[in-house]
Design a protein. Structure first.
Lengths: 425, 542
């Protein structure tokens, strides 16, 4: 792994420039052959998928193109499936699915640091002393519940790394809602039965453990001992579900459409997790921090993003999952309209865009407008708080509610903001 | 309450030992039924976990029930309190109480544990320990560890006030920061700011980021506050003052004499009069009854599984103690015995209340706050680690390896074959270092969130997978599996004694022996031992 050449040295940048992989077979315009294999997903259960374009995607090369201006860069704007709405030509497949998406083009989040920007977008609030706000994924996992799923409710897929437990992003909601990280989309550590422990040996020792517990429970039981005993049953269900992480169970033709590369596979894992009842999945796509050679890197990055993302929207729709799954494409902020001397764009939080689609979203809506050169919001300015409210509202939650850690009322979302009504269905 | 307390203090030494009075007061608080005394094996396991933080050896598990001495429980308690396990266990208990599983900041765990261990090994009076902690500034390397309470909270005044009030005064004043507590009449915003005035002049020098930062203090800076509930937004001022206490009568400093070391560029200011030192003095003073009361309640909870005041940091008039007279008595005796933690631990452990069975009397549904049945206490991360290390025979492996290393080191010492035995035997320290390293992964898996220690009542998926598939537990279990197996029945006995401090029942012995009779003996031992250590009976101190 080598450091990316445009890195500015922060953690968000410590990602290798991934190898460019060949594009997958062309997508069919219509649905998929396996649409009949739609799950018996509980209709009532809502889910959220966040695709996080790490390092900050350029709004000008994606959702809010400004062709023919000094800041617009070399790419054209192309029409989409929604009359009158144009996006960058770097998103040709996504453009054909614009009728499944809505755009928020008036974000002004006023935070240009990767770490703080990421925190702001995930918590929907500026930090306040004395309170650590839980991340969107923990909030969604807690409030949406997981139905009968034994799987963790809050999962993040990272481009690489070992993955694991122990994230601090649930804060006062407790470790149950902290994200489980899947490095390269692989199952979490210790989920898979280790080599050297045969299935038979595992069954034998589990049988013995259960007998011991039965005897103990006859004379002594408490809520805590019950919970402990139950945790092994629960873990067993997750272990048995381990194939949810295994994309080789998918039809090869579908995997081809997602793309036979890391990001395509990660989105496919995400869909499998959502289908299995996980409330919140975040897929991280790296790296968009293009201080140098912004345009070349966006051809490459969005070239990898566009087709798998379009496939995902089709796949969710074909399975009947899109109406119960909210999809959000976001970053920590946007990129400067000004093009620097290295043909790069720097950090810009004053005027940028986010795309949403699926559950609770008004298809084809476009809210907010930036100025002609894209440097400022001209109409319907919103911030991270509005987006946080919008996400929760879209999946049927009351974003005006409160949590009560230690009997202290804490608003679920920033009380100074509210949902963006125009993008809600 | 103050009057009652004074009356008890004024009495001559109690005619009856404290543990008998504990039992009398608990008996007075419940009509019955009470659980009978715990069986010897159960008591041995409980006391060893509570007082030494680990499990008894197989030999102890065999020997203790067979011992005919009528005083054997007291003998065991005294042996455990005199052994090195006591200081280690208390270190772990008070580490969690004081630092609440915060990751290491400015003071490393090893130095902090050394400091606490030395304090509990010497049975340092608790008021003295807390004075050192609250007066510490971390400037002297020899005593820097004591300042961890402040340094690892970055001397953030509101965080320090919240935790001083919770840990030492039994009051969670957090909700009184912006207004009087909305639900608890006793907790006033003025209490929060009275405490804040003791520490708001203190800050980290040179800055909070420096790993070697020390606490500095200015000689000025006063505290004002406004309630967010007050429509008129009246600004109030307060000097340093403990909740419910009198305002501190502060010395007036002549102009120009406010500092021992005056502030200047790159110089740590030291005031002539330190409000932080005043806090250390006032918190631990005999006229602050909340201090001894909170300490007594916390020691009680460590042994009994819940506080007399419960939760431990919500001591107020609408949440009275389950046994008010008992809590007053424990606090008064604690003070009368010079804040002697070991005395308090011993008396509680000697009581019948502590020594009751955890098996409820048939058909009885006894509320936990009556202490009529022993509580099922989830093992702490450290207890769990040490218990597994002991039950799997890993402790023996480590002792042998440390002894070998010590011998090798002596041989390499060129004639220095006989080294002076310094306090803190190096061989024992070498064993301790190996064991402590074994326990670190348990702390990661079972510690909980910084500021919110895991209480073991809500297991998480990663904890269960840690036991089920994780390399740490697998590696420990392999130590026992590698031991030479004897006949299946005897091996079953050995494994039950090692893990559960008891012999198997006839059914259990038959099941285990059948499992152990298979062709792969080592694998079978591993399976049976894993089932034992993954059982609820192992996970809880019962």
């Amino acid at each position: 792994m080598r450091d990316c050449p445009y890195a500015c040295g922060t953690v968000a940048h410590r990602v290798s420039r991934r190898k460019f992989l060949g594009t997958a077979a062309a997508l069919g315009a219509g649905g998929f052959a396996n649409a009949a294999a739609t799950t018996s997903l509980a209709k009532a259960q809502k889910r959220v998928l966040v695709v996080f374009l790490h390092g900050a995607v350029s709004q000008l090369e994606s959702w809010d193109p400004k062709p023919g201006t000094a800041t617009g860069g070399p790419f054209r704007a192309i029409p989409t499936s929604v009359p009158g709405v144009h996006v960058s030509e770097l998103l040709p497949e996504t453009a054909k699915r614009m009728h499944r998406l809505a755009l928020v083009r008036g974000l002004n989040t006023a935070e240009d640091d990767h770490g703080k920007g990421s925190e702001l977008m995930m918590t929907g609030r500026k930090p306040e002393p004395g309170t650590e706000f839980p991340h969107l994924g923990a909030v969604a996992a807690k409030l949406l519940g997981g139905g009968d799923s034994a799987l963790p409710g809050h999962i993040q897929i990272w481009p690489h790394g070992g993955g694991g437990f122990g994230a601090k992003d649930a804060t006062f909601l407790g470790p149950k809602y902290a994200s489980v990280a899947l490095g390269d989309g692989k199952p979490p550590p210790d989920l898979v039965r280790p080599d050297g422990l045969t299935a038979d040996a595992d069954r034998r020792r589990e049988d013995l453990r259960k007998k011991l517990n039965e005897r103990f429970a006859k004379s002594r039981r408490s809520a805590a001992t019950e919970a402990y005993t139950e945790s092994f049953d629960r873990a067993e269900r997750v272990v048995r579900n381990a194939e949810v992480f295994d994309v080789s169970k998918e039809p090869p033709a579908l995997a081809d459409r997602y793309g036979r590369h890391d990001f395509g596979r990660h989105l496919l894992v995400a869909r499998r997790l959502l289908e299995a009842g996980v409330s919140f999945v975040r897929v991280n796509h790296s790296n968009y921090d293009t201080h140098h050679e912004n345009f070349d890197f966006h051809i490459e990055q969005l070239g990898e993003f566009d087709r798998p993302f379009a496939t995902l929207l089709d796949d969710l729709a074909d399975r009947g999952m899109l109406e119960s799954t909210l999809v959000v494409v976001m970053s920590e902020f946007g990129r400067t309209p000004n093009i620097n001397h290295l043909y790069g764009r720097d950090h810009w939080s004053k005027a940028w865009s986010v795309a949403l689609g699926g559950c609770g979203i008004q298809p084809g809506a476009v809210v907010g407008k930036t100025t002609k050169d894209g440097t400022a919001v001209a109409d319907r300015e919103v911030n991270a708080g509005h987006l946080f409210h919008t996400v929760l509202t879209a999946v049927g939650l009351d974003s005006r509610g409160r949590f009560h850690p230690d009997e202290r009322p804490i608003p679920i979302a920033d009380p100074k903001a509210g949902p963006i009504a125009e993008v809600l269905a | 309450m103050i009057a009652a307390l004074t009356a008890v203090v004024a009495l001559a030494p109690a005619p009856t030992p404290l543990h008998e009075t504990i039992d009398r007061l608990v008996a007075a608080g419940h009509a019955g039924p009470f659980a009978p005394p715990a069986a010897d094996a159960e008591f041995l396991r409980r006391a060893t976990l509570d007082l030494a933080g680990t499990l008894p050896s197989v030999a102890e598990a065999r020997g203790f029930p067979a011992d005919p001495s009528p005083a054997k429980r007291q003998t065991l308690i005294d042996r455990l309190l005199a052994g090195p396990g006591y200081a280690r266990r208390m270190t772990h208990v008070f580490d969690v109480t004081l630092m609440e599983r915060r990751p290491d900041g400015k003071v490393a765990r090893a130095a902090w544990e050394d400091y606490l261990r030395a304090a509990f090994a010497a049975n340092k009076p608790y008021d003295q320990l807390v004075r050192e902690i609250l007066a510490g500034d971390g400037a002297d390397p020899a005593t820097r560890a004591a300042a961890k309470f402040y340094l690892d909270r970055e001397m953030d005044p509101t965080l320090v006030v919240r935790d001083v009030s919770r840990v030492f005064l039994g009051k969670n004043l957090q909700c009184a920061q912006c207004h009087d507590h909305p639900q608890i009449d006793d907790y006033k915003q003025a209490d929060f700011y009275g405490l804040l005035a003791f520490v708001n002049r203190s800050f980290l020098f040179p800055d909070a980021k420096a790993a070697t930062a020390v606490v500095a203090e200015k000689a000025d800076g006063d505290v004002t506050f406004v309630s967010v509930f007050d429509p008129k937004k009246v600004t109030k001022a307060t000097g340093p003052k403990l909740p419910g206490g009198k305002a501190v009568d502060e010395p007036k400093m002549d102009k120009g004499k406010e500092y021992k070391v005056a502030p200047a560029k790159d110089v740590r200011p030291v005031p002539a009069y330190s409000r932080r030192a005043e806090l250390a003095k006032r918190i631990t003073a005999p006229d602050n009854p909340a201090f001894a009361r909170t300490a007594a309640n916390r020691v009680w909870a460590a042994l009994m599984g819940r506080g007399l005041v419960h939760p431990l940091d919500l001591d107020h008039s609408d949440n009275p103690p389950s046994h008010p007279e008992l809590l007053d008595l424990l606090a008064a005796e604690f003070v009368a015995h010079g804040y002697d933690v070991k005395y308090l631990v011993r008396e509680i452990a000697l009581s019948q209340t502590y020594q009751r069975s955890s098996e409820p009397p048939a058909g009885a549904d006894v509320p936990a706050d009556r202490f009529a049945v022993a509580a099922l206490k989830p093992l702490s991360a450290e207890q769990l680690g040490y218990a597994l290390v002991q039950a799997t025979g890993t402790a023996d492996v480590d002792r042998a390896a440390a002894a070998e290393a010590t011998v090798a080191a002596r041989l390499a010492g060129l004639g220095a074959a006989v080294r002076p035995v310094v306090p803190g035997d190096p061989a024992e320290a070498a064993v301790e270092a190996r064991l402590a390293a074994r326990v670190a992964p348990f702390r990661s898996a079972y510690g909980g969130r910084a500021g919110t220690p895991d209480d073991g009542t809500a297991p998480t998926l990663d904890q269960t997978l840690f036991v089920k598939h994780g390399g740490t537990v697998r590696g420990l279990v392999a130590h026992r599996a590698a031991a030479k197996p004897t006949d299946p029945g005897a091996t079953a006995d050995e494994l039950f004694l090692a893990a559960l401090t008891r012999l198997p029942t006839a059914d259990e012995r038959a099941d285990a022996a059948a499992a152990l009779a298979g062709p792969d003996k080592a694998a079978a031992v591993g399976e049976v031992l894993w089932a034992l250590v993954a059982s609820a009976e192992f996970r809880f101190n019962h």
